[in-house]
Write a protein that binds this ligand. Structure first.
Ligand code: KIV
Length: 271
């Protein structure tokens, strides 16, 4: 029997069991049906419909322009492809900060219109009212601390976060607040490995890292980055598993050549 034949639907409860038994959690992004099918069938535990779709799919500089309607479009496309992974959809910038009622209505739209399993949002104390209100409606919430791309204009740079004591202490206290509120997991982005390990050790919910070292409970990457489709992004934490940009470009160049030279279509490719 193959490993995948016995896979059951991943739930938030199963993620906490995985943490308890020390089994690492794999998480990747996906934004469309075809990619989500591959990611799910490959055995990834959690699929994140990240607001990084703003960069990767739409070509924006930041994650700020993507709308709730855009996220719902991406989320519902992904959910239609997925059989096993837990699907988490990002709440986009402006849909949950500062107004917990609006946060709840954004989260409800995501759950109703995409059929995803959970939502993710960035921030700690500043958004805790929104977290409480969303959770009170029975919607699972994943937190996101450390480098928070939706706050890029506040920080002005994508450098490693929480290297200084004050910021590290705030991150730990925010992580504890999110756990106490009832979040089922937290993503820690681009922070020192030692700090991420401390958070993972002190909290009982799973901590998923991106650029946060190997002492956490799981890893997440943007699928276009790890497949080498996007070549313009090379942070130290990124491991490239393929060079799909070159492979795809080469294949398309061959197609262009075959059309121009009238090699395609040949007799067997016609009706
Ligand atoms: O939007 C996204 O892809 C993310 C990951 C980088 C964690 O939030």
């Amino acid at each position: 029997m193959s490993v995948h034949a016995e896979r059951r639907k991943v739930t938030t409860h199963r993620l906490s069991e995985m943490k308890l038994r020390g089994e690492k959690i794999s998480m990747l992004t996906a934004y469309d049906f075809s990619m989500a099918k591959i990611v799910d069938q490959a055995g990834v535990d959690v699929i994140l419909v990240g607001d990084s779709a703003s960069n990767v799919m739409a070509g924006h500089e930041t994650t700020l322009p993507i709308t709730l309607d855009n996220m719902i479009y991406h989320g519902s496309s992904v959910v239609r492809a997925v059989e096993t992974a837990l699907v988490v959809v990002d709440l986009p910038f402006g849909s949950y900060q500062g107004n917990s009622k609006e946060a709840l209505s954004s989260a409800v739209r995501i759950m109703k219109e995409t059929h995803a399993d959970a939502v993710k949002l960035e921030g700690g104390k500043e958004v805790i009212d929104s977290v409480h209100r969303i959770l009170s409606a029975g919607i699972p919430v994943m937190g996101h601390l450390g480098l928070m791309p939706q706050s890029i204009h506040k920080f002005g740079t994508y450098v490693v976060r929480a290297k200084e004591k004050d910021e590290a202490e705030k991150l730990i206290s925010d992580a504890k607040l999110l756990e106490e509120a009832g979040c089922f997991a937290i993503v820690l982005e681009k922070i020192p490995s030692k700090l991420a390990g401390q958070v993972a050790a002190e909290l009982s919910i799973p901590i998923i890292g991106i650029g946060a070292g190997n002492k956490v409970d799981g890893q997440v990457l943007v699928v276009h980055d790890m497949l080498g489709i996007n070549q313009e992004f090379s942070p130290r934490f990124l491991r490239r598993y393929h060079n799909l940009y070159s492979e795809m470009k080469g294949a398309i160049e061959n197609y262009v050549h075959d059309v121009k030279s009238m090699d395609f279509p040949n007799e067997r490719e016609m009706y």
